[in-house]
Ligand binder design. Sequence first.
Ligand SMILES: [Zn+2]
Ligand SMILES: [Zn+2]
Length: 137
Amino acid sequence: MTRGTPVSAHLVWEEICCGCHRRGCADGCTGGVLDPAVADLFERIRASCSSYLGRDCPIRVSSGVRCPAHNRHVGGAAESAHLEGKALDLLCPEGLSLEIFWAVCGQEAGDGGFGKYHWGAHVDTRTDPPCRRWSAL
Ligand SMILES: [Zn+2]
Ligand SMILES: [Zn+2]
């Protein structure tokens, strides 16, 4: 996929592909492979936040797909769902409290994973084991 390829209504590939493209931490990384379900999850979270705010609510992805070299570079867990293209780190959008953002992300993550962070939330579509929840506060 090229950088500007749309992966869902409000996401383009460059926003979620492996950060090597931006930081050059690995040679030959082509950006990784995305689980399409995670783009759907992003859209559900975005829609839910927009309805809370009563206006369009853009959400920034701080980390999406990671190749092994990049995952090590950012200190990710060895079994991170980011390696499978199943995870997104989402920054809490402007105008929304962290508590509401976490509630939305936890609800929409469903059987997938959800972690609270001071900057926002990690969500993923890995369901084995189901409903993993954690707080990194
Ligand atoms: Zn990479
Ligand atoms: Zn994450």
